[in-house]
Design a protein around this ligand. Sequence first.
Ligand SMILES: [Zn+2]
Length: 152
Amino acid sequence: MKTRELTAADVDLFERAKDLLQRAHHPELHQVAAAVQTARGSVFLGLHMGSRRINICAESSALANAQMANDTQIVSMVAVCKNEEGRIVVTNPCGFCRELMGTYCQDAEVIVDVRGTPQVVASRDLMPLPWMFPQENDWSVSDPQNPTVSNP
Ligand SMILES: [Zn+2]
């Protein structure tokens, strides 16, 4: 996976998410904050919403806030959480969020934690093989045990 170092703009986006989490953090209800930057230069924030049985990721509300503002060309995004020492750090998007990113911002860049170092990666690299309906794929082999072309 291709990565790059953070720019000043990436650090600013991280700081926006960090500011939100500093204000809103709750150990069960609000564990993660997210920020998305649009091509117009706007930043939309999102907050993890937790309850006893359900956790809704911060990235989803950040993406929803951009959608509601009709500012939908996301160019970069980040999510942050508190580590074991209570310091706010970059956290990587879960599988659900990676799928959302494939729908709402597949051309965006995402700040991720690469073994303790913040790096920037392409959104599409985080979900290289997304789920799809059988009719959406290019398979032409009906029996993987007997790989003959059945749909020329
Ligand atoms: Zn998630």
